[in-house]
Every structure is written in C-alpha cells, then in structure tokens.
Design a protein around this ligand. Structure first.
Ligand SMILES: [Zn+2]
Ligand SMILES: [Zn+2]
Length: 190
C-alpha cells in the first residue's frame, strides 16, 4: 500500500480516524493510535485531543442519535453478569426486565435471555444512554463493571460451597450422634 498523500511512498500505517494510508512523514502516533496529519490538525483546531475527539465524532448519551465508536463494539461482561444492577448504573433501563427472573419456573429463561441480549447490546446501549468523557473512560468503567460481576460470581460460589459444607457437616453429625450418647459431656458448659 502507498501513502494517500505521497503516492510514490510506501505506507507505514492507517489513520485510525479516517482510514487513509500514511507514510512515516504523514504519520503521527498519539496515545498509541495512528493518525494522519490532517486528522491531527483537524482535532487540534476543534480543541479536542484524541479520546475527546472520539466523543466529538461519536457523541454519547444521545439515545439512538448516538453512533457507537467501533472500538467499543463487543461483548459486555458487566451487563451479562450483573443484568439489572449494571442497567441501573448505566441508565439502560430495559435491563430491569431481568428482575422478572424471580418468577418461578419460567423466570430463569427471561433472565438468561436478558443476560445474552445485554452481553451483545450492552456496550451500544450504555454508550447511547449515558454521557461518557471518552472511549477510554467508557472502557475503564465497563471493565470495572465486569470485574464487579466476576467478584459477585466468585462470592456466590464461595457462599454456596460454605452452605454445602455446613449441610454435610450437620448431616455427618446427625448420622453419627447415636454412636456417642455422651456427646454432651465433651462440650464445655453443658
Ligand atoms: Zn486521518
Ligand atoms: Zn505521506
């Protein structure tokens, strides 16, 4: 590929904003992203640096009027794991449908469906329904939600193991207690 400006020179990258091929002379790397010179000057003129400029191109918090930056497309673990809790935190009120999960026997289907929908659409909906400073800010907050979700799952597993261990212990005591008719005597104060 050749540089879009200097058609006789080999390209050294692609502008992450406009997609033009850039040679080393036309290439600028800002915050780890490649930009062409005209995109850098356009962003400087508008008073926006990369990151902030993403928000200028893809304004967040405008409902269906917000177009979603391509960088944030993908699975949302926070929405998948935390459903309605994540929904409240991100102004995605449709996530509250997951609360119908408390309905006996069929509720889990509603919750599972909502989990998958939020996993797929979570990033898009959160970007559209809330104001974000930048793509980086959005990613940082969503990463925190994901870890919060993982933490909650781990906590649930630990609690479940603790309950199972307790039930097994009580059961073992129950089936063995007849063999030790004097068990009260080994406990202090009884
Ligand atoms: Zn460009
Ligand atoms: Zn060039």
């Amino acid at each position: 590929m050749k540089c879009t400006v200097h058609t006789d020179r080999d390209a050294a990258g692609v502008c992450s904003s406009c997609g033009r091929y850039v040679c080393p002379e036309c290439k600028a790397v800002i915050n780890g992203k490649i930009y062409c010179n005209s995109c850098v000057s356009a962003r400087l003129d508008s008073g926006a640096w990369p990151g902030q400029a993403d928000v200028a191109i893809y304004p967040s918090g405008m409902g269906s009027g917000s177009s979603v930056p391509p960088e944030i497309r993908g699975w949302n673990w926070g929405g998948f794991l935390l459903t309605w809790i994540w929904g409240i935190g991100n102004n995605v009120w449709i996530a509250l449908i997951a609360l119908l999960g408390i309905i006996p026997s069929v509720g889990w289907i509603v919750r599972l469906t909502m989990r998958i929908i939020l996993g797929i659409k979570g990033n898009e909906w959160a970007w559209q329904s809330k104001r974000w400073e930048s793509v980086e800010h959005f990613k940082r907050v969503q990463r925190t939600w994901a870890w919060f979700g993982v933490g909650l799952i781990v906590l649930q597993i630990v609690l479940m193991i603790a309950v199972i261990a307790l039930v097994i212990s009580l059961y073992m005591i129950g089936i063995n207690i007849d063999r030790y008719p004097n068990w009260r005597s080994i406990l202090p104060g009884l």
